[in-house]
Design a protein around this ligand. Sequence first.
Ligand SMILES: [Fe+2]
Ligand SMILES: [Fe+2]
Length: 267
Amino acid sequence: MRMRLAWLTDIHLNFLKGLAIYEFFAVIGREKPDAVVISGDIAEAPSFALFLQEMQEALDRPVYFVLGNHDFYRGSLATARDSASLAMQQSPGLIWLTQAGVVELTPRTALIGHEGWYDGREGDYQRSGVVLNDFYLVWDFLELDKHDRLELLHRLGDETASHFRKVLPEALKSHDQVILATHIPPFREGCRHEGHISGDDWLPMLCCRAAGEVLREIMSQHPDKRLTVLCGHTHGLGEAMILPNLQVLTGGAVYRAPVVQRVLEVL
Ligand SMILES: [Fe+2]
Ligand SMILES: [Fe+2]
C-alpha cells in the first residue's frame, strides 16, 4: 500500500489577498494528495483554525498539522492550543498531531508531530541581539526580560523533547518508518540561510536542540528503522542526514507565495 502525502510549511495564509487562498488550495488539489501535512506557520492565532477548516473542506482529504510560532501571534500559547484542539473536534478531517499521538499512514509508516519551539540552546543566546516579533505578539512573552525568556524557551523545548520521547518509540514499535512534523528544526544542520548554516546569533531562535538530542538518541538505538523530519521556520530550503536513518527536510518559504514543498510517496 502507498499513499501521497503533500507537505506544506510556512504558508502564512493570513498574508494572502482575495482569491489567492482558493487558488493555492487548487494548486494543492492538483497534486492529488491522499492527505496533507503542515509543519506550522499556517496563519495567526485568531485565524489559523478557520483557514485549516476551509482547506480541509476544499480538498476533502485529511489535513494533519502542527502549529508554528506565528500561529500563536495575537494570542497565547494556551489560547492557540485550545483553538487547535477545538478545530480538531469540529472537523474530523483536521488532525492536530500534538494531540493525536501516533497516526498510521500505511501499515509500514506512521506520522507523529509536535510544534517545537526554539529553545535558545544552539548558537550563543547571551550574545545574540536578535529580537523576534514573537516576544511582542505572543502574550506569554510580554514583559519577560532576556533571562526569563530563556527559561520559557527551555521549558518549551523540553516539552517538545518529552513528547517525542513518548511517541517516537511507540510509533517505531509497530512501523518501519516514521514521518515527524515539527515547526522548528531540531538540528543546527537543518537551519540554513542562503545555503549556509545560520550564525550563532540566529541559531538560538531557529533550533530546538532538546528535541534533536532525543531524536538522535532514539534513532541510534533503531538502526533498522527510518525517521524523516519535516520542518520549517527558517524559510531556507535544506536537507540533512543526521544519521544514516535520520533525515531532516527544511522547507523553503516566501511570504505571500505559498507552495507545496514536496509530495512524499509513502510506502
Ligand atoms: Fe514562517
Ligand atoms: Fe516560524
